[in-house]
Design a binder for this molecule. Structure first.
Ligand code: HEM
Length: 342
């Protein structure tokens, strides 16, 4: 029974990693809400460590100093990769922060999460900065070249679909705008800055978070659509699994990245799956049937991820608008009348 449950969980994680990470992180933050609220400094330090480990080799390289990448360190490397790719930590946490504003705080779990919304916003910043640092150095130059020197880009990059490369490149460049919006929102999450600004000005600034959510959706969708239209390796034969795995680590450190070639499959696990597929068959033993036998292809996973994004952001929009209408109705105003959301 326990094995079946674990199998089911890892199967769901393989197919719909965003939903599973969302569930796990929600539980984590609901359970630890009191502790995080009491000792925010500890948690900031803990969650900042992967960011520092990502930043060190990158900043070192800028100054011509070679610092060994930490992505190869067992366990810690996995956490660092999550910070870079945003898939199982940064993105779900941003979604939780976004969703709390659309839910009813009278429910205990929502109330708990609301009490640490500021702390979660500060924590997610470390993952966003790690992601942006690597991506600005690795993906932005190629994306810029796609628009500035399209012919040169297409001649030097293995691209199957120009439209796909356009989607990816646009989404990468949109990342810069997102970073520009994110930085002030992040800085103003700190109490000291908020106090200095005053409540009215702070609330005005916070409205930019809606622009961030919208761009987040476009960024994620664009990268996925670009990845589907333009799968890694293009029309060429797939690379041997070992080489692919090595490339993940190299890419994670920001080396050898070019434009749409970065359009990662829906989750980094697909590369791990490829390397597992290359292992020799389990000779001699009769294979047991379980969830693990139904492995979806990388493309199926990308479609599942697209649908997950549509469901998550679509239901957020629905809930947010419903809450605004309810509040407007309660206050005796017309729905959607311009007013502060907080
Ligand atoms: C600064 C320029 C940026 C670039 C070039 C960029 C590029 C990328 C790329 C290549 C991916 C695919 C996954 C990966 O391999 O990491 C990605 C995913 C993602 N990025 Fe960015 N990014 C940027 C900034 C940002 C910022 C500032 C945020 C958030 C505020 C953000 C949020 C995300 C999220 C949530 C995903 C995961 C999407 C999903 O789950 O499908 N990115 N980004």
């Amino acid at each position: 029974m326990v094995k079946l449950f674990i199998d089911l969980l890892s199967y769901l994680r393989e197919c719909a990693p965003l939903f599973v990470s969302l569930a796990v992180l929600t539980l984590f933050f609901v359970l630890l809400a009191k502790s995080i609220h009491k000792h925010p400094g500890w948690y900031y330090t803990l969650f900042a460590i992967p960011f520092v480990l990502v930043a060190l080799p990158t900043v070192g390289r800028l100054f011509g100093i070679e610092i060994a990448g930490f992505v190869r360190v067992p366990f810690l490397g996995e956490i660092i990769r999550d910070y870079i790719h945003m898939g199982t930590f940064g993105h779900p946490l941003l979604i939780i922060i976004m969703y709390i504003g659309a839910l009813n705080v009278r429910h205990t779990p929502v109330k708990r999460l609301m009490s640490i919304r500021k702390e979660m916003s500060i924590i997610v910043g470390f993952a966003v900065f790690a992601h942006s640092l690597i991506r600005v150095m690795g993906s932005v130059p190629g994306a810029f070249r796609f628009f500035a020197d399209n012919e040169g880009y297409l001649a030097s990059t293995r691209v199957v679909s120009t439209v796909g490369a356009g989607f990816s490149s646009f989404s990468f460049l949109l990342g810069i705008l997102m970073l520009i919006i994110f930085i002030p929102l992040w800085v103003t999450s700190f109490d000291a800055v908020r106090k200095r600004m005053g409540n009215a000005r702070w609330k005005k600034w916070q409205k930019w978070s809606y622009v961030l959510y919208a761009t987040l959706f476009i960024h994620a969708m664009g990268i996925q659509i670009g990845g589907i239209l333009n799968p890694r390796g293009g029309h060429a034969a797939a690379k041997p699994a070992v080489e692919v795995t090595a490339n993940v680590e190299e890419r994670a450190e920001g080396r050898g990245q070019r434009g749409s070639e970065n359009a990662r499959p829906a989750n980094a696990n697909s590369n791990r799956q490829t390397s597992q597929a290359a292992k020799p068959a389990n000779s001699g033993r009769t294979p047991t049937k379980g969830f693990a036998d139904f492995k979806p292809s990388a493309q199926t996973k990308q479609y599942i991820h697209l649908v997950s994004l549509l469901l998550i952001y679509g239901s957020y929009l629905y809930l947010r608008l419903r809450k605004m209408r309810k509040r407007a109705f309660r206050d005796g105003r017309k729905p959607l009348e311009g007013r502060s959301r907080y």
